[in-house]
Design a binder for this molecule. Structure first.
Ligand SMILES: Cc1ncc(COP(=O)(O)O)c(C=O)c1O
Length: 469
């Protein structure tokens, strides 16, 4: 996990005591579901650090947090406005809770960015969706996205609140934002969001599955039922024995962020800037500054690296090469690598990365892309289809939660079939088709081309998929 570098980011007092922290609900340890003592104190400290009215520790990641937010603050059978580019956990929550999605519309061609594949949602898209669906309960957005690009949540929250709706944010990739407001984008809460979830293990020294669910002070004051509803939903979606080891790491991560976050972030930003300069112009590396570029704010700690054009090979090949040098990347799409430096990433690791990237340029590379599909054109096509809903033949809930008959068919002959499970090209793992949606020829051709360019297809096993009979 990038957050703690195999435990190297932890002091011995944590690293060597993980087993002894694995306790249960005792008088001295408190109860994570009904905290009144030390667990409550730790969550209160987190609420203060992250600028929340109240914080809950998540021991089942942002996945459990998203289910909890949608169950606790939206509720069954309601309607929410959101983009198609959400994490799979959101689709599962919609299915389980029978929530109707209003997909945001993107004008075509969908604009992409050399350093960020996914489109950033704009305030006018939200306003249009609200005007068409004033009966929605909430707007749900992911910000920052996997590439560190942030939506203008401050402007969006005004529009959402004017319509009497809630703004809920998947801030899975932004748990570190609170530490260095001068250097990093404003947090979702500081931008007016009503509630958000964060995966601590992605960017902070916390164990995998560690996350925070924050509710804003204004929502806590406005609706006194909020705390009870979140607590009740957490009891449904988290184990009845939440891990104290994970909870302790969440408490440590908060303390680390408060004590060392600013200093470490400043150091890391200098390392990223030096690397970007050393590799220019062979590689384009995302700017190590939160100053808006063309009006867009991005997380300067999220390193997005792109080889200069023309691309000889999809970036997935470069990712494989880096793994041979012991460098683990967060993801690679067709043209970019995304890396998450830990807050305490040593300088020599950046030097190792520089050497590996320089060595790659010296390797003989073919003049043409690996397949005969132009990589940039393929990427644009992918994006267009990613944001557009295909035909929905059945609701995701009826396919996932009712005993429907399914069969396995070869991917190549699946045009016209209704999906029994989500199909998500990975990375970045955003579903192209949800359960109940119908495969069309355009999506099938795209999936085959992505597969040929080294993108894994989650939901496709040995070139076969499960469909509804
Ligand atoms: C944007 C986003 N949201 C939610 C999740 C789920 O987070 P977790 O792994 O903490 O459950 C992820 C995980 O990759 C993610 O990238």
């Amino acid at each position: 996990m990038p957050g703690h570098r195999s435990g190297q980011s932890w002091p011995d007092s944590i690293r060597t005591r993980l087993a002894s922290l694995d306790t249960t609900e005792l008088a001295a340890t408190d109860d994570l579901h009904q905290p009144t003592g030390p667990a409550l104190a730790a969550m209160d400290l987190a609420a203060h650090c992250f600028g929340a009215g109240r914080t809950w520790f998540l021991t089942n990641g942002s996945t459990g947090g998203i289910l909890t937010l949608l169950a606790g603050l939206v509720g069954r059978g309601r309607k929410i406005i959101l983009p198609r580019t959400c994490h799979l956990a959101v689709s599962h929550a919609l299915a389980l809770l029978d929530i109707e999605p209003v997909w945001l519309e993107f004008s075509r061609p969908v604009s992409t960015d050399p350093l960020g594949f996914l489109p950033v949602v704009a305030v006018n898209q939200i306003a249009d969706a609200i005007a068409l669906h004033p009966d929605s309960t909430a707007v749900f957005l992911t910000s920052p996205d996997y590439y560190g690009r942030c939506a203008d949540l401050a402007a969006i929250s005004l529009v959402v609140h004017q319509a009497g709706m809630l703004l809920l944010v998947d801030e899975a990739h932004g748990a570190h934002f609170a530490a260095a407001p001068g250097h990093l984008p404003r947090t979702a809460l500081a931008s007016g969001a009503d509630a958000c979830v964060q995966s601590a293990h992605k960017t902070l020294p916390a164990l995998t599955q560690g996350g925070y669910l924050h509710v804003s002070e204004s929502l806590m004051n406005q609706d006194p039922r909020t705390a009870g509803r979140i607590t009740a939903a957490l009891r449904i979606f988290q184990t009845s024995s939440p891990s104290f080891v994970i909870a302790a790491s969440l408490d440590f991560a908060r303390a680390y962020l408060e004590k060392h976050g600013q200093e470490q972030i400043e150091k890391t930003l200098v390392s990223i800037q030096d690397l970007a300069m050393a590799l220019w112009p062979d590689y384009l590396i995302s700017p190590a500054t939160a100053t808006p570029v063309r009006g867009e704010v991005r997380d300067p700690l999220r390193m997005v690296i792109r080889q200069r054009e023309p691309l000889a090979l999809p970036a997935t090949q470069l990712a494989l090469e880096l793994s041979l040098h012991g460098i683990d990347i967060e993801l690679s799409d067709l043209t970019r690598l995304v890396l998450i430096p830990s807050l305490d990433q040593p300088g020599h690791d950046f030097e190792r990365l520089r050497l590996a990237l320089s060595a790659w340029l010296k390797k003989p590379q073919p003049d043409r892309p690996a397949s005969d599909v132009d990589v940039l054109q393929l990427e644009q096509h992918w994006l267009e289809l990613l944001v557009q809903p295909p035909e929905m033949a059945l609701t995701p809930g009826s396919v996932l939660l009712e005993p429907v008959d399914t069969e396995i068919v070869p991917l190549i002959s699946s045009a016209g079939s209704v999906m029994a499970q989500a199909i998500a090209p990975y990375p970045p793992g955003i579903p192209l088709l949800l359960p109940g949606e119908r495969m069309d020829q355009a999506r099938l051709d795209l999936l085959l081309a992505l597969r040929d360019n080294g993108i894994n297809l989650s939901g496709v096993d040995h070139d076969s998929i499960r469909v509804v009979v």
